[in-house]
Design a protein around this ligand. Structure first.
Ligand code: 48F
Length: 258
């Protein structure tokens, strides 16, 4: 007979172990969209302890809705090796563009990340950062459960300390926006995202992906918001290239400081 008390005990025992384990990691990635998932996979594969905090209860961020709810997203030629690495199937649409099912790309990015050892907490809303001075740096995140945040309750949060925090929150660049307001000595100026220019944006998002201030990094569409870059709509190659690039940058930085 299945006992309700045993169901509860099993959940509480293992969930609390996870939360204790997630109190300190090498890298916290905020957002389980395409850039965050890609970054998490490459970092975890390199041996770092990686945690994704995602405020929704699902993976994929802006991928699921495809292009204006039509269930396809587009990638460009240079991303084919990454699609192959994740086992994502694609069809050539001509003009150097390849179409992919959003459900498949999300499922495969997430599966690879989890198999590589990435920890994921759904329903975790990052509402602030931890910082240190001398030297000035970001050293973790402050988070509450999403229903607490959305209910507007004042509930004191939990912390996750880390050597690196990655803003992978998409168009709103929520984490860096918080840092720009609440840690003014970091001197972060948000330039705001610009109108669509897909070709330019795909290149610039990858080019500007990187360290923002010590301990704080940016990947994906959040990059456009800080640096005043154009948007690109439902072409996703830049997200995967940006995720892979930030993983390389962080791996190098953390190895230098070990
Ligand atoms: O928006 P999202 O998919 O970001 P991305 O990886 O990819 C952008 C594309 O989807 C698309 C595009 C490119 O073609 O224009 O928009 O840059 O994923 C961001 C994730 O971060 C979560 C949010 O729920 C989403 O799943 N998120 C945002 N703010 C927070 C957060 C927060 N404060 N705490 C936790 N999660």
């Amino acid at each position: 007979m299945i006992r309700e008390a045993e169901i509860t005990r099993a959940i509480v025992r293992y969930a609390l172990k996870d939360l204790e384990n997630f109190s300190e990691v090498d890298v916290v990635i905020v957002g389980a969209g395409p850039s965050g998932l890609t970054a998490s996979y490459y970092l975890s594969r390199t041996g770092f302890k990686v945690l994704i905090l995602e405020r929704r209860f699902s993976f994929g961020g802006g991928t699921g809705p495809g292009g204006n709810l039509l269930p396809r997203v587009v990638f460009q030629e240079e991303v084919i090796p990454i699609l192959k690495e994740f086992g994502v199937r694609y069809v050539s649409a001509g003009d150097g563009l390849y179409v992919v099912s959003p459900a498949e790309v999300i499922a495969k990015l997430a599966a690879k990340a989890i198999d590589a050892g990435v920890g994921v907490l759904f329903g975790a809303h990052v509402q602030d950062l931890i910082y240190r001075v001398d030297p000035l740096r970001v050293s973790g995140v402050v988070w509450v459960w999403t229903p607490v945040h959305e209910g507007g309750y004042h509930v004191d949060p939990l912390f996750t300390e880390s050597k690196a925090v990655v803003d992978a929150t998409g168009h709103d660049a929520e984490v860096i926006s918080i840092a720009s307001k609440k840690i003014p000595e970091l001197n972060i100026v948000m330039k705001g995202e610009r109108s669509a220019y897909a070709d330019l944006s795909e290149k610039l998002v990858v080019e500007y992906t990187g360290k923002v201030v010590p301990g704080l990094y940016v990947t994906g569409m959040a990059t456009a918001n800080i640096y005043g870059l154009p948007r690109m709509g439902p072409i996703f190659g830049g997200m995967l290239l940006s995720g892979r690039k930030i993983a390389d940058i962080i791996a190098k930085d953390l190895k230098e400081h070990q």
